[in-house]
Ligand binder design. Sequence first.
Ligand code: AMP
Ligand code: MG
Length: 289
Amino acid sequence: ETVYGLGADAENATAVSRIYEAKGRPSDHPLIVHIGSMDGIADWAGDLPEYAIKLARDFWPGPLTLVVNRAERAKDFITGGQETVGLRVPAHNVALALIQEFIALGGKGIAAPSANRFGAVSPTTANAVEDELSAYLHEGDIILDGGRCLVGVESTIVDCTKENPFILRLGAVTAEMVEESTGLVALVPENSEVRVSGSLDSHYSPKAKVILDAIAEPGDGLIAPDQIPTPEGVIRLAAPRTIEGYARDLYAALRSADDQGLDVVVVLQPGGDGLAAAIRDRLKRSAFK
Ligand code: AMP
Ligand code: MG
């Protein structure tokens, strides 16, 4: 429901190494383990605070990743050598069916980062996955088409290893929602709407140059809320009507800029908290050169 993922048996070092190879990703970047239900927590997590259970109860299946102390099963090749592991139950019938079938065969979880090359824009359709990764897949690898992603940005990541929930990445589950669920103050890294743990300033980047909150010139692409008109000669890439629509359309619009060979995409950012802040977080990285 967030973005398309590239999955491998989270207990199989060889399978997981193929993820890193296909993405071109540094091997110290941890992967999120996708499980079928809350029962899977016991397979992967060590001690965890009560608020982590509350969050899982309130938001799983859904776009929320919990970073918790790892159990022995979570090896260094999953955690990037850290003592913590990221866990999530996705809210998509195809993803859940896959995980449940896998568990029925004796598996415990599917490690999956977004199905893009390192630093590039996450795919939100099966076609985008094929464009992005087909050159790096092997015979027998399969792309499961679950339709267009409903959320469109990556999961919220909450570090649950401290006294208070600590938000590592913004997403559709907002800080307010985390606070309401846990009854605790949710901490967000200093002066940032903008941190993906262990990540770079530049991410989510198309080939086109992304310029934020500027005036689009003829020949530029434009992503802006639908009430903003398209100037003469500008190529409109998305005109979302709501914040949810903005998140859903953003990555496909950035990809379409590259498909059309545009040099510049101007993006007028959405205002407000919650999902809008998650969108601005991604855009800031898209624009970083
Ligand atoms: P992706 O699935 O491509 O959106 O990337 C997964 C994100 O989850 C990365 O940014 C990781 O830094 C983060 N992540 C996964 N596991 C952990 C962990 N144990 N501790 C901190 N961050 C994590
Ligand atoms: Mg990613």
